[in-house]
Design a protein around this ligand. Structure first.
Ligand code: B1M
Length: 210
C-alpha cells in the first residue's frame, strides 16, 4: 500500500512533516492506526537501528527518524488510547537514569491507557530517588521501567534496591522492558514481570494484577 510504503520510507529518512501528512491522510482514508504503527512506523525504526549498527546511519539520522515517528505517534495517540473502560489500576512509568529513549515507553503508555490503566509517566533519565518519591506520592499498583541500552539496564536493579530500601518493594509490582531486555534479565534483577512489546506489556500487567 502506498501510504504504508510512504510512512516507512519517510520515517527512515526522518522527514517529519511528510510522515505527519501521510499519517493524517491514512486516517482520513480509514486506515487503522495499528496498521500504520505495526506495519510501517515500527519496522522503519527497526531498519534505522539495523543501519546504525552497520555504520550506515549515525546518531543524527537516528534522531530525525525518532522525531518523525514521535510526531506520528502524537497524532495516533488519542485513537490508540481510546477507551470506555474504567481504571483497572495505576501504572507509574519511566525510562531509567542515563537513558533518553522514550518512543517505546510512550507506546507502552498509550496501549496501557487504551486498556483502561491510569498512567503516570515520569519521563526519561529518571533517578531511583525520583521513582521512590513518585511511588510515595501516587501509590501505583505497578511501577514500570524501560531501558534501551545494555549500559542502562543495570538501573533496573538500582531502582528495585531503592524501592526496597524505602520499604516500598512489597507494595508495588515491578515490570521491566525495552529492546535489549530479556525475561532472563528481568528474573535476574528480581522484577515481577517483563514484556517484549507494548501489547504483551498490557496483557502481562493485567495478569499481574489479577
Ligand atoms: Co538509540 N540505540 N542510541 N537513539 N536507538 C538503540 C536502542 C540501539 C538498539 C540501536 C542499534 O544499535 N541497533 C542501540 C542500543 C544498543 C544496546 O545497548 N543494546 C542504541 C544506541 C547505541 C544509542 C546511543 C548510545 C548512540 C550514541 O550516542 N552513540 C544513544 C544513547 C543515548 C542515551 O540514551 N544515553 C542513542 C540515542 C538515540 C536517539 C536520541 C538518537 C534516538 C532516541 C529518540 C527517542 O527515543 N526519543 C534513538 C533511536 C530512535 C534508536 C532506535 C533506532 C529506535 C528506538 C525506538 O524507538 N524503537 C533504536 C534501534 C531499535 O530499537 N531497533 C536505538 C521503536 C520502539 C517502538 O521500540 O524502543 O524497542 P522499542 O520499545 C518496545 C519494546 O522494547 C517494549 O515495548 C515497546 C513497544 O513495542 N518496551 C517495554 C519498551 N519499554 C517497555 C517497558 C515495559 C514493557 C515493554 O514494561 C515496563
Amino acid at each position: 500500500d502506498e501510504i504504508l510504503r510512504g510512512l516507512y520510507d519517510e520515517t527512515l529518512v526522518g522527514n517529519g512533516p511528510r510522515v505527519l501528512e501521510l499519517t493524517r491522510t491514512g486516517l482520513e482514508l480509514g486506515m487503522a492506526p495499528e496498521t500504520m504503527l505495526f506495519d510501517a512506523l515500527i519496522p522503519s525504526l527497526e531498519e534505522v537501528g539495523a543501519r546504525f549498527e552497520r555504520g550506515d546511519f549515525f546518531v543524527p539520522e537516528m534522531l530525525v527518524a525518532g522525531r518523525a515517528m514521535a510526531g506520528a505517534l502524537e497524532v495516533l495517540r488519542p485513537l490508540l488510547a481510546e477507551t470506555g473502560a474504567a481504571s483497572v489500576g495505576t501504572f507509574l512509568m519511566s525510562t531509567v537514569k542515563g537513558d533518553v529513549h522514550d518512543i517505546g515507553k510512550n507506546l507502552v503508555d498509550i496501549m496501557l491507557e487504551g486498556a483502561g490503566f491510569h498512567v503516570i509517566d515520569l519521563g526519561v533519565q529518571v533517578s531511583p530517588e525520583k521513582v521512590v518519591a513518585a511511588v510515595q506520592e501516587h501509590r501505583p499498583d505497578i511501577v514500570g521501567f524501560s531501558a534501551f541500552l545494555t549500559t542502562t539496564m543495570p538501573m533496573f536493579k538500582a531502582n528495585i534496591n531503592a524501592l526496597q530500601k524505602a520499604g516500598l518493594r512489597d507494595s508495588v509490582i515491578v515490570m521491566v522492558g525495552g529492546a535489549p531486555v530479556t525475561q532472563e534479565y528481568a528474573d535476574a534483577v528480581g522484577a515481577d514481570g517483563y514484556a517484549a512489546d507494548a501489547s504483551t506489556a498490557v496483557r502481562r500487567a493485567k495478569e499481574l494484577l489479577a
